[in-house]
Design a protein around this ligand. Structure first.
Ligand code: GDP
Length: 612
């Protein structure tokens, strides 16, 4: 069926057929699928009241709206769905345990420590690690690998607990945002001398949003002024009622500094997990899980800490992790000691990957290297297309130019480099949450682990991006190149500082607001016809000044008859002049012929309003 036109645009309509589009697709992508000119879709959108450029990524609703208008059944495919389909094509599935209920065995809980800054999260994680018997036996040489496992005795039974070694809810949330539900239980640290603080409740919100049970560690009870009872009563307001107050939440008084109460805390974690969670996984299948940290090691190549969620990971397995793949050359525990395999809930360092995966990337063991490579390559290709789509220059559409100018977005593009992928993820997530209104957009066009390379600088040059370095510096000649090309590189060691500065930058580049300032008025006394120029108004300036090249409008009987004019010619007698003042006669040409005696020419300029 051929629709006559939509708002004057000739465009073939669909017959309700299904069109699949990736989330964040552009009108160009849509146009490709239905074989029309992207510009026509831009026009249709314009008539539907939205101004979008052809290559700009648009939201689901826009795609749906356009689909409905053109009679197509739009299915927006999320990246997760696309990935699921990719795995399906290899007869793989991520996320479900294989087999029946009988194949499932208990697995240790995975715990994240959260709480207000300075309440002792890091210290507590250290204290827990050091009470770990295994580590003590090994001489206590523990490495920071992003997670570790400890053993504790509960009711005469040896029980394991896995701790994610990146405290705070930023990393937790960034992982969740990527669909990686790694944490089973949260230990909320509250300093007994300080009580409930903003980040305490924030952390609690995140835990509750994720539907994850909470154990409260009331820390610093060694300190003078410690009031553990107050912490309990404060948290009641947030739905965490201590057992001794008749609730179900376990509160444990600890001193991370003195190493006091740590065993009780571990016991509380196990008891809470037993009471509230059914933590089981099939240890017999091919391993699946998530990367929680990764970096490039000079000697060993890419090193990723993965958390096994189901199955058992073995040395020699072929794995694919995000866009990285490889064969597990070695598995190391948190003490840097080689292990043969890693069962469910076991964190382990994996050596042998071809590239550094991102924190939050899922991993899975596949039948052979070839499959691993193909999946990784397909993912990489998809990522590249998405990236390329974003970097395509904006098209200027003559017919919409002025409209777009008014509504056009300004963007700040960032490239984030950090020392470990956890911090890159956390920083990106936090930056993308900055809210500066709708006229400015922040986009991360590149991210990665390791030093800032010439490649990063080149990307920044190509797309006018700013580079954010988190605990990293430029490598080799990258710094020089950046300086020569005027690429802005910002270095940070604290996330909130980065957020503050970027926020300020965004506010600084908010589109200036303009207000009109009238410059002068002139009354038309006579109209001359000038060959090749058109009509010129013989006028007398009634107020202010009339300047050549200033903006003008024509007013007749108090009504604007023509807008957006420019004073194209300005003469006194036979001379071209730049300015004519109040009380003087002049000839004014505004590039508009329908001028009548008695009309008023108003000139004005747009002045930038300072932003408050
Ligand atoms: P985080 O920001 O929550 O990771 O807090 P940190 O672990 O860095 O601890 C903040 C400060 O509190 C440090 O100076 C620690 O030494 C101190 N601290 C942590 N736990 C205790 C404790 O149990 N008792 C005392 N007195 N100080 C502690």
């Amino acid at each position: 069926m051929q629709a006559p036109s939509i708002g004057g645009v000739q465009i073939p309509r669909g017959t309700g057929q299904v069109i699949r589009l990736s989330r964040g697709a552009s009108l160009s992508d849509f146009a490709d699928k239905i074989g029309v000119n992207p510009a026509s879709l831009v026009q249709v959108m314009f008539h539907l009241g939205e101004m979008v450029t052809a290559t700009q990524s648009v939201n689901d609703e826009t795609l749906q709206l356009l689909g409905a208008e053109l009679n197509y059944n739009i299915q927006v495919v999320s990246p997760e769905e696309e990935d699921r389909e990719l795995l399906e094509s290899f007869h793989l599935e991520f996320g479900e345990d294989e087999g029946s209920d009988d194949d499932l065995e208990a697995r240790p809980p995975v715990v994240t420590v959260m709480g207000h800054v300075d309440h002792g999260k890091t210290k507590l994680l250290d204290a827990i690690r050091h009470t770990n018997v295994v580590a003590k036996e090994a001489g206590g040489i523990t490495q920071h690998i992003g997670a570790y496992q400890v053993t504790t005795e509960v009711d005469g039974r040896e029980r394991k607990i896995t701790f994610i070694d990146t405290p705070g809810h930023e990393a937790f949330t960034a992982m969740r945002a990527r669909g990686a539900e790694t944490t089973d239980l949260v230990v909320l640290v509250v300093a007994a001398d300080d009580g409930v603080k903003p980040q305490t409740t924030e952390a609690l919100n995140h835990a509750q949003a994720a539907d994850v049970p909470v154990v409260v560690a009331v820390n610093k009870i060694d300190k003078e002024g410690a009031d553990p009872r107050r912490v309990r009563s404060q948290l009641t307001e947030y739905g965490l009622v201590a057992e001794e107050f008749g609730g179900t939440t376990l509160f444990v008084d600890v001193s991370a500094r003195e190493g006091y109460g740590i065993d009780d805390l571990l016991e509380a974690v196990v008891l809470t997990a037993d009471a509230e969670l059914d933590l089981r996984a099939n240890p017999q299948q091919d391993a699946q899980g998530v990367a929680i940290e990764a970096h490039l090691d000079r000697g060993r190549g890419p090193v990723a800490t993965v958390l096994v969620q189901r199955g058992t990971l073995h040395v020699g397995d072929s794995i694919v992790c995000g866009e990285a793949f490889g064969r597990v050359r070695a598995l190391l525990d948190e003490n840097g000691r080689p292990i043969e395999d890693a069962p469910p809930s076991r964190p382990a360092q994996v050596l042998g990957l071809t590239a550094v995966p991102d924190a939050g990337d899922s991993f899975l063991v596949v039948s052979d290297d070839r499959v691993a490579r193909q999946i990784a390559e397909r993912r990489e290709a998809r990522e590249r297309t998405a990236m390329f789509a974003q970097r395509r220059p904006r098209v200027t559409l003559e017919d919409l130019e002025s409209a777009l100018k008014r509504g056009e977005r300004q963007e700040l593009l960032l490239i984030i480099k950090g020392d470990v992928s956890g911090s890159v993820e956390a920083l990106e997530d936090a930056l993308l949450k900055i809210d500066v209104g709708e006229d400015v957009v922040l986009r991360v066009i590149g991210r990665g682990v390791g030093a800032i390379t010439q490649d990063d600088v080149n990307l920044a040059i190509a797309s006018s991006a700013v580079i954010v370095g988190f605990n990293v510096r430029p490598a080799g000649r990258a710094g020089e190149l950046a300086q020569r090309e005027g690429v802005d590189i910002r270095y940070y060691t604290v996330i909130y500082q980065a957020i503050e500065e970027v926020e300020a930058a965004l506010k600084g580049m908010l589109k200036p607001e303009f207000e009109e300032a009238q410059l002068g008025t002139a009354e038309v006394r006579e109209v001359f016809r000038v060959p090749r120029v058109g009509n010129v108004a013989g006028s007398i300036v009634r107020s202010g000044t009339i300047n050549r090249a200033s903006k003008a409008r024509l007013v007749r009987d108090g009504v604007v008859v023509a807008e957006s004019l420019t004073v194209e010619s300005l003469r006194r007698f036979k001379d071209d002049v730049t300015e004519v003042r109040d009380g003087y006669e002049c000839g004014v040409g505004v590039g508009y012929n329908d001028i009548k005696v008695g009309d008023v020419i108003e000139t004005y300029e747009m002045r930038e309003k300072p932003r408050s």
